[in-house]
Design a protein. Sequence first.
Length: 135
Amino acid sequence: MTLSFVLSVVLTVLVGSLLTGFAPGGFSAAWSDPVLESALAAIALVAFAVGAATGAYSRRPPAGTPSGPEPGETGAWELTRSLDRLLREERRIERRLRADPPPEPGEATVLRGKLEETRGRRAVLEQEREEAYAR
C-alpha cells in the first residue's frame, strides 16, 4: 500500500515536470490541473489495458503455479493450525484439572487420558513439522 502511494506521487511529479516543459499552452503546475489529470488518466488506462492483455486479471492461476499440497499431504499452514488447536485443547484440559472445585476422580482420570492423548498427537505433528523443515 505504501509503495503504491509513493509511486503515484512520483509518477505525478514526473508527469508534471514533463508537462511544464512540453505542454502546449502552458501548465499551471497544480494538482487539479485538467492537463495533468488527463495525462495521469491516460497512463492509468494504458497500464490497465497492458495488464488485461497480459492476463493479469484472469480468474485462473497461471500455468505452472503450484495449487497447494498434494492429496494426503498437510501444508505448513494447516499443520501450524492443527498444532495451535491441540495446544489450546491441552491448556483447556490442564485448567480443568487444576480447577476449583477439582473434578471428580473418574472425570480426572478421563481428563488425564485425554491430556496424554492430546500431548501425543501434538508430539507427532511437531515431529512432522520438523521433518518438513529439514527437507
